[in-house]
Design a protein around this ligand. Structure first.
Ligand SMILES: NC(=O)C1=CN([C@@H]2O[C@H](COP(=O)(O)OP(=O)(O)OC[C@H]3O[C@@H](n4cnc5c(N)ncnc54)[C@H](O)[C@@H]3O)[C@@H](O)[C@H]2O)C=CC1
Length: 510
């Protein structure tokens, strides 16, 4: 596998690091073999690799997916919440698991005081406006040295609770600062309850796939406070510690409640059996998966994927097909993703060059804000760079299925002509859908290759800047973050309203 760091497979023990035997013909039915290399549970590969006692890591392990209770039927009337609630713990180490409903109520109450106008609700135990000031001051000191604080945080966490190391990938390069930074981001949003709750609920749902349990929150909170104390210097005081305890109390309550609610209707992860891996360029393949359970998503969203060979390493890939529904007999329900093998990309190289029909990957819940409202009628501009075209194909198909008749213009760009792999699929849609128009852009001419007729020369932001007019348009932007940011700037200058542009940036920033 080109560029893949020499890691992890050896750490997993002799049988775990090897790819499954390729199927002799076609592929074996899924599920039978699905406990798989990346199974998360007592005595799983990870626990063994890190010599963590299974009982300590997973005191009550999650059920395997195939034995999980069936999803709750939709639309069950929800009983009113019981009168509130347990007070929030005053100290992070006192966080205790609560029943889901109680937790939700506690979380709502806890978030209350930092209301938009800053007025504290009497009798509430969440952070006060004074606490928020202390949180902000401490963040201002810690954020410039976040790298060192992150290292301190993980060192403290794993020293105190070595078994928690099993929840993280072998190499913490990418993941390294995610948790700590997420906690800092939550601290920053402490005075904006709707944003905070929305952020934390998504974070909690996404974290179910890591095997996070309620009892993990207390040691994480303790490590967070220790790291903050260490790097806040003179800005740290007893009042600051109490403010962070309150905020972390809210964070943990909201996250536990969200995870518990999500568990009532959704598995922590899905298993996806590889159906095919079709190379479309030297380093891009269309990977098709069949999931063990219905996988809910909206066109434009992405799924996080873990391959069996790199446990606990997750990467996001957009779904290139519309979602299946009983009312859509023509949609096969398979998931298609366009994966580019990037240098040193563990997951992308495994999917493009190693995965075979029959291999089983895990999927986290679908995420992403680039979801088009089918009721809108404004003209729509779809800008896709490289494999960023994948979710745009799903959006166009989705609009076709929903009977939309709005003007849709796709601008599809690549660095070189031979990288415009989705051109045939777009041409096919163009022939079928009278409201659709497609334009291509190629940044660098390559001798010996012919760009599609009419292809423009330049990067997508340049080409979009020369086209238009775009006033009155809505837009979806998909591709490298730099391309998205620059195209967004161009469109803002061309009169497109900021709230009319949908995109997801790889670095999670906006
Ligand atoms: N929802 C989303 O936003 C999605 C994003 N992606 C991301 O899109 C990227 C695709 O990568 P590749 O296929 O290698 O595309 P690429 O890097 O070859 O670029 C594709 C297009 O973006 C333009 N572009 C690239 N860098 C630019 C810059 N700095 N300024 C202005 N324009 C720029 C190029 O001119 C070209 O038109 C990956 O990073 C992938 O993670 C992929 C799928 C969905």
């Amino acid at each position: 596998m080109p560029g893949t760091p020499p890691l992890a497979v050896d750490a997993l023990g002799p049988s775990e690091g090897q790819p499954p035997e390729p199927a002799q013909s076609g592929y074996a039915p899924m599920i039978a073999n699905a406990p798989a290399l990346n199974w998360v549970g007592p005595d799983d590969a990870w626990s063994r690799a890190w010599a963590a006692p299974a009982a300590a890591v997973h005191p009550s392990a999650p059920l395997p997916i195939e034995a999980a209770p069936p999803p709750m039927p939709q639309g069950i009337p929800v009983a009113p919440l019981p009168p509130p609630p347990l007070p929030l713990p005053g100290s992070v180490v006192a966080v205790v698991p609560l029943a889901a409903r109680q937790k939700a109520a506690a979380a709502r109450q806890a978030v209350g005081p930092a209301s938009a106008d800053g007025a504290a609700d009497t009798g509430s135990v969440g952070p006060t406006p004074q606490d928020i000031v202390l949180i902000r001051r401490s963040l201002a000191v810690v954020e410039p040295v976040a790298d060192r604080a992150t290292a301190h945080f993980y060192a403290g966490l794993f020293l105190a609770r070595p078994e928690l190391r099993a929840l993280f990938p072998a190499a913490m390069d990418v993941q390294r600062d995610r948790l700590f930074r997420a906690l800092l981001a939550a601290g920053r949003a402490a005075d904006d309850p709707p944003t905070l709750v929305d952020y934390l609920e998504k974070l909690a749902r996404g974290h179910r796939r890591y095997g996070v349990r309620d009892e993990h929150y207390a040691p994480v909170g303790a490590a967070l406070l220790a790291a903050l104390e260490r790097y806040c210097g003179r800005e740290w005081s007893e009042d600051t510690a109490r403010a962070w305890e309150k905020v972390y109390g809210v964070i943990s309550q909201v996250m536990m409640a969200a995870a518990a609610r999500d568990a009532q209707s959704s598995p922590a992860w899905w298993q996806g059996e590889v159906q095919s891996v079709e190379p479309v360029t030297r380093d891009i393949a269309v990977v098709t998966l069949r999931t063990d359970h219905h996988y809910p998503y909206r066109a434009g969203q992405y799924a996080s994927i873990e391959v069996p060979w790199w446990p606990r390493v997750w990467r996001n890939y957009s779904l290139a097909c519309p979602a299946a529904a009983p009312s859509r007999p023509g949609v096969d329900g398979l998931l298609r993703m366009h994966v580019k093998a990037v240098p040193a990309g563990w997951v992308s190289n495994a999917l493009v060059h190693r995965a075979q029909p029959g291999d089983v990957v895990r999927l986290g819940p679908a995420q992403g804000r680039m979801v088009v409202d089918p009721r809108e009628t404004d003209p729509l501009l779809l800008v896709g760079g490289g494999t960023g075209v994948a979710p745009l194909l799903a959006i166009v198909e989705e609009l076709a299925l929903s009977g939309a008749r709005r003007t849709v213009e796709v601008h599809y760009g690549a660095r070189r002509a031979e990288e415009l792999y989705a051109w045939p699929a777009l041409q096919e849609l163009d022939r079928r859908l009278p409201w659709l128009s497609i334009r291509t852009a190629v940044a660098e001419p390559t001798p010996g290759t012919t760009p599609p007729a009419g292809a423009e020369r330049g990067t997508l932001p340049e080409v979009i800047g020369h086209s238009g007019p775009w006033e009155g348009y809505r837009a979806c932007l998909s591709g490298p973050s730099a391309m998205i940011r620059r195209t967004r700037g161009v469109l803002l200058g061309a009169g497109v309203r900021a709230e009319h542009m949908l995109y997801d940036l790889e670095d999670g920033q906006s």
